[in-house]
Design a protein around this ligand. Structure first.
Ligand SMILES: Cc1cc2nc3c(=O)[nH]c(=O)nc-3n(C[C@H](O)[C@H](O)[C@H](O)COP(=O)(O)OP(=O)(O)OC[C@H]3O[C@@H](n4cnc5c(N)ncnc54)[C@H](O)[C@@H]3O)c2cc1C
Length: 366
């Protein structure tokens, strides 16, 4: 049997391991953390990712674990709608649930930090080791992590914190502040906030106090969601991407998937979605029995242009929606108000229109 080693048991690594398993490979995932998947919040999965998850045979389970995003749009801090969109298709799911589903049946060796990719003994080696990728630093050090100058907070709160409110959506306010919330059914409500500035080094309680003050007076249910947040669950990250997107294969046996190759700012909610697309594309090429070097060459040709596009669009979206200046921020809101209804949704839908380039090995030939 052909052997593969995948480094990193995030969404990209686990999806790749599942895909390669379906393609008939013997796969081991090496993960430096002592346990699979740490704390997490919500995750938006667009139809492109759901099709890829169907290819992997887990789409129905992921849909059942998540909740559909049925409507929403963009609002001002006072609650006035700038745009109302009805985006059919995406779901929001708790990361822990997605990890659990993807990890089922995958051989993962936790507590195993890889220090030299060249020492790994396998026909195929996949770097799925995230934005700080050892693989990328070794094979393509020219690519740099680019800091957007914005930071995020995320958490999940009990569903009753919504009060009488039903819909999710995103809200823009002065000073480049943004707040989004998405009901996840029985799993509660996922909220995220973004603001300009550096990563805060204060404790979580102080950070939460800062958020409660910054979003005080914003429309319902924003203050209530922050009031219901347990500081212990607060996640805080800088918003960064990779520039330029590096090649997604090196030599004759090494590929990159997910954030290791194309970490992006989360403004379009597509980072993990593209990681799952990578997994399915790579596995599909190898399932066809192509020699590994040829499969990797085609993988890079198929994936890199798309990754570059989505990384760029995410970055540009963040520059616009996170605009800090009073004038720019007012201009963005005015433009959003007069933009043709559904323009933003159509742009998102174009990215979400991706379909797996090969048929899943799970589909039995007629
Ligand atoms: C605020 C925020 C919100 C987001 N929201 C969304 C969203 O709604 N929808 C969406 O699609 N995407 C979203 N994303 C992006 C998404 O989180 C990432 O794209 C995705 O998690 C990347 O998965 P990955 O497997 O490539 O990398 P990671 O999740 O970073 O996994 C890498 C793994 O490799 C392991 N590792 C690293 N180095 C080594 C080593 N040397 N040896 C062994 N193991 C190693 C790490 O421990 C880790 O487990 C968001 C990101 C942020 C920051």
């Amino acid at each position: 049997m052909r052997t593969a080693i995948v480094v990193g048991a995030g969404i990209g690594g686990l999806a790749t391991a599942r895909g390669l398993g379906l393609a008939g490979w013997d796969v081991t995932v090496l993960e430096r953390q002592p346990r699979l998947a740490g704390p997490g919040a919500g995750l938006t999965l667009w139809p492109n990712a759901l099709r890829a998850l169907d290819w992997l045979g887990v789409g129905a389970r992921v849909r059942a674990a998540g909740a559909p995003i049925t409507g929403g749009g963009l609002r001002t801090a006072g609650g006035a709608w700038l745009t109302r969109v009805s985006v059919g298709g995406p779901i929001v799911v708790h990361r822990a649930d997605l990890h659990e589903i993807l990890a089922e049946g995958v051989r993962v060796r936790t507590g195993t930090a890889v220090t030299d990719p060249e020492e790994l003994d396998a026909e195929l080696v996949v770097g799925a080791d995230g934005i700080g990728s050892l693989f990328r630093q070794r094979y393509h050090p020219q690519t740099r992590i680019r800091d957007s100058g914005q930071v995020s907070w995320r958490s999940v709160v009990p569903a009753d914190a919504m009060g009488g409110a039903r819909e999710g959506g995103e809200t823009m306010g002065p000073g480049g502040l943004r707040f989004g919330h998405l009901p996840m059914g029985a799993r509660g409500v996922y909220w995220y906030a973004a603001a300009p500035g550096p990563l805060r080094d204060a404790g979580k309680e102080e950070q939460l106090a800062e958020l409660r003050a910054a979003f005080d007076g914003w429309h319902d249910p924003i203050p209530a969601l922050l009031a219901a947040t347990d500081p212990a669950t607060l996640l805080h990250h800088p918003l960064m991407d990779l520039h330029p997107v590096p090649p997604m294969r090196f030599g004759t046996r090494t590929a990159l998937v997910g954030d290791a190759a194309h970490a992006m700012t989360p403004n379009l909610g597509q980072g993990a979605c593209l990681a799952i697309e990578d997994a399915v594309t790579l596995a599909g090429l190898l399932a066809r029995g192509l020699p590994v070097p040829e499969a990797l060459q085609r993988y890079d040709e198929q994936r890199r242009p798309r990754a570059e596009l989505v990384v760029r669009r995410s970055w540009q979206t963040g520059r616009i929606t996170g605009a800090r200046g009073r004038v720019t921020s007012a201009l963005v809101q005015a433009l959003a108000r007069v933009a043709p209804a559904g323009a933003a949704a159509r742009a998102a839908e174009r990215i979400a229109a991706w379909t797996p380039p090969t048929e899943s090995p799970l589909v039995t030939p007629r």
